[in-house]
Design a protein around this ligand. Structure first.
Ligand SMILES: [Fe+2]
Length: 590
C-alpha cells in the first residue's frame, strides 16, 4: 500500500500553532529538567577502548570515498521525495559539473529536522520513511546498503526524542541483556548509530562528527566528553574533521551578544584545540536554515545545506560578514599566536575577532542558493499571504465576525443595531466616530484589542518591539474598522446585523492575512527580519539542495553542492524528470 502523500506544512493553521506552542513549551521544560541524552549515555554504553568497526570506512576500489550530507527533510512529499530520488540514484551529473558522474554516497548524514512540524512514529513513516523508501524503488535486500546517520533537530525533539530514537537509534550492540540488533532499513539505507550523536572514521585521516544540540542549542557534558575522548584517544595526529553542527551559529550569533548562541558551538570546536594533537577542523556542515550558503573564516568552510525537503528559506537577509569578539578558541591556531587553551570566561583568555565572510562564486555573486535576487523577489509572494494561508485567514475572519457580533449586541442594548448606528451617522467619518464610541462603552472590546496588541508585540522581531507591535496592531485594526463602516453604509446586504457580521468576517479574513503578509514583506526586504516567518508562510517546495562529498586517493575532500531549482509535483508514480545543478564550483579542502 502506498503511503499518503504529505502536503507542505501549514504553519499558520491556528490548531497547529497551538499544538506546536504546547509541545515547544512542554518539551523545553522537560528537556531542561530531564535531558534524554543523559539517559542515553547511561543506557547506550560505548566501549572507550576502541572505535566500533561499524563506524570505520575504507575507500572504494578506485581509491575514492563518497558520502552525502542533507538536512531538513520530511515536510511535503514532493520536495522530500525529489531529494531522496537524487540521493538514491547510483550517480548524479548536475548541470555545471565537469568532474564526471558523482556517485551515491557510501553513507548519508542527515543534519536534523527529519520530520515536520512535530514528531511521531506515524509522521516519520509518512513524511520521511515513505519518500526515502519509494525513492529506493528497485533496490533489493541483496544490493549493497548505504549507512544512515541522523542528527536530531529541534523538530525531532518535540516529543522528547522518543520517535527519533525508535527509528534512527534502533541498532544495539551485544550486551548482557541483548544479543544486539541491527539498525532499521529505510530504502537502501540502514541506520547505524546507537546514540543521537556520533563520530565516524573516514579514509585518509578524515573524521566526521555529528552533534545533538537538543532544543536550546545546548551540548551536554557527556557529549563533550565523548568527542573529547575521540579526539584524544582515537583520532591520530593531524586528523582533519568535518563537523556536522545543529544550526549555523556563525549566522545566528547576535554580534552584540554572541555568547548566547555561540558558546556551545565554541565548546565543540574547541575540543581539537584543547587536545593539541595538530588536528584541524576543516569544514562545518549544518542545516536548520532551509537554503544553501557558504561562509569562510580563514581556511575553514561553514556550509549551510538545509534544503532536503522542508519549505524554502530566503538568502537575501544573510550578512556579507558576521564579526564579533570571542575569547576562545582561535578558529585556526596556525594563523598567528595561539591563545591559552582555557574555556571561555576563565582567567587568561585572549579575546580575538571572529569574522565569517560570505563566500562568492566566480561570477562575483554570493555562494547562496537560491540567489539573492530570486530570494528577494519571492518575498513579494507574501502579498498573497491570505491565499497561501487560507486557514489562518479563516480564523482571522472568524475573530472579526465575533467582535462585530459582540458590538452589534452592545448596540442592541441601547435600542439600535450596529448597521443602523453606522448608517444613521451624518457621513462616513461620523460612522467611524459612532463605531469607536460603541467600542469603548464596555471594557471587553478594549481587552480584546489589548490581547491583539500583546500578540503582535510578542511577534515583533525588532529592537523597537513596542513601536513595531503598536504599528502592526493599528495596521490590522484600522482597515477593518473602516471596512465595517463602509460596508454598513454602502453595501445593501450589510444593512442587517447578520449581513454585516458575515461581510466583516470576509473582509477581516482578507485584511488580516494580507496585512500580516505586508508586515513580513516589509520586515524582510527592508530590515532583514522575520526571514523564517516570511518564508514559512509561502510553503515553497522549490530550490532544494544537498551536498555530495568525495575524499580522493590524494586525501583531498571535495564538496559538490547540488541544487534543484524546480521540484515537480509528484503525487503519482510518474517520477517527472529532475534537473539538478551544481550550485557553485566544487569546494576542495586539503
Ligand atoms: Fe528545519
Amino acid at each position: 500500500m502506498t503511503a499518503p502523500r504529505a502536503r507542505m506544512t501549514h504553519w499558520y493553521s491556528v490548531p497547529r500553532l497551538i499544538d506546536i506552542g504546547t509541545r515547544v513549551a512542554v518539551s523545553t521544560v522537560f528537556g531542561e529538567f530531564a535531558d534524554r541524552r543523559s539517559v542515553l549515555t547511561a543506557e547506550r554504553h560505548i566501549d572507550p577502548a576502541a572505535i566500533d568497526p561499524s563506524y570505520v570506512y575504507a575507500p572504494d576500489q578506485d581509491g575514492n570515498f563518497w558520502f552525502d550530507f542533507a538536512a531538513d527533510t520530511g515536510d511535503g512529499w514532493d520536495s522530500t521525495y525529489a531529494v531522496a530520488r537524487l540521493l538514491a540514484a547510483d550517480a548524479v551529473d548536475p548541470a555545471g559539473n565537469t568532474d564526471g558522474a558523482l556517485r551515491r554516497g557510501r553513507l548519508l548524514v542527515l543534519g536534523g529536522d527529519e520530520v515536520y512540524p512535530t514528531p511521531s512514529d506515524e509522521r516519520y513513516r509518512v513524511q520521511f520513511v515513505a519518500p526515502f523508501a519509494e525513492a529506493s524503488g528497485g533496490i533489493t535486500p541483496a544490493d549493497p546498503e548505504s549507512d544512515l546517520y541522523v542528527m536530531p533537530g529541534n523538530h525531532d525533539w518535540y516529543d522528547g526524542l522518543s520517535a527519533f530514537l525508535n527509528l534512527f537509534c534502533w541498532r544495539q550492540l551485544p550486551g548482557p541483556w541483548s544479543p544486539g540488533r541491527r539498525g532499521n532499513r529505510i530504502g537502501l539505507w540502514r541506520t547505524q548509530q546507537t546514540r543521537s550523536y556520533f563520530a565516524l572514521k573516514l579514509p585518509q585521516n578524515w573524521w566526521l562528527w555529528g552533534t545533538d544540540i537538543q532544543l536550546t542549542n545546548y551540548i551536554d557534558q557527556a557529549q563533550i566528553d565523548f568527542f573529547e575522548h575521540i579526539a584524544r584517544e582515537w583520532m591520530p595526529e593531524g586528523a582533519r574533521l568535518v563537523l556536522c553542527a545543529g544550526v549555523p551559529d556563525w549566522v545566528y550569533a547576535d554580534p552584540s551578544d554572541p555568547a548566547k548562541t555561540f558558546t556551545h558551538f565554541s565548546f565543540v570546536e574547541g575540543i581539537l584545540h584543547r587536545v593539541r594533537r595538530n588536528q584541524r577542523l576543516a569544514a562545518i556542515l549544518t542545516g536548520d536554515s532551509h537554503h544553501y550558503s557558504r561562509y569562510r573564516e580563514d581556511d575553514r568552510h561553514y556550509i549551510t545545506a538545509g534544503g532536503a525537503g522542508a519549505f524554502l528559506h530566503p538568502t537575501h537577509h544573510l550578512p556579507e560578514q558576521r564579526t564579533f569578539d570571542w575569547d576562545w578558541p582561535r578558529p585556526n591556531p596556525s594563523v598567528g599566536p595561539s591563545p591559552a587553551p582555557s574555556p571561555p570566561g576563565t582567567a587568561g583568555t585572549q579575546p580575538h575577532r571572529r569574522s565569517f565572510t560570505l563566500a562568492h562564486k566566480p561570477d562575483g555573486t554570493p555562494s547562496v542558493f537560491p540567489d539573492q535576487a530570486t530570494s528577494r523577489r519571492l518575498t513579494w509572494l507574501d502579498l498573497a499571504f491570505a491565499a497561501f494561508n487560507w486557514d489562518f485567514a479563516l480564523a482571522t475572519g472568524a475573530f472579526w465576525a465575533l467582535l462585530t457580533w459582540g458590538l452589534d449586541a452592545t448596540a442592541h442594548g441601547t435600542g439600535t443595531s450596529l448597521p443602523s448606528l453606522l448608517i444613521a451617522a451624518a457621513d462616513f467619518w461620523g460612522g467611524v466616530y459612532a463605531y469607536v464610541m460603541l467600542a469603548i462603552v464596555a471594557p471587553w472590546p478594549l481587552l480584546v484589542l489589548l490581547a491583539l496588541f500583546a500578540g503582535f508585540y510578542y511577534l515583533a522581531d525588532f529592537k523597537a518591539r513596542l513601536v513595531v507591535g503598536l504599528l502592526h496592531t493599528c495596521a490590522q485594526i484600522v482597515p477593518v474598522v473602516l471596512a465595517t463602516v463602509a460596508l454598513a453604509r454602502s453595501a445593501p446586504w450589510a444593512h442587517s446585523s447578520f449581513g454585516l457580521i458575515v461581510s466583516v468576517g470576509v473582509a477581516g479574513a482578507l485584511i488580516g492575512g494580507t496585512v500580516l503578509g505586508v508586515y513580513f514583506l516589509i520586515s524582510l526586504n527592508c530590515f532583514g527580519k522575520h526571514w523564517n516567518e516570511a518564508f514559512s508562510a509561502l510553503r515553497s517546495r522549490h530550490y532544494k539542495n544537498f551536498l555530495r562529498l568525495r575524499i580522493d586517493r590524494s586525501g583531498a575532500l571535495t564538496i559538490y553542492p547540488i541544487g534543484l531549482e524546480h521540484v515537480p509535483k509528484d503525487r503519482s508514480a510518474a517520477n517527472p524528470a529532475l534537473s539538478p545543478i551544481l550550485i557553485e564550483p566544487p569546494i576542495q579542502i586539503r
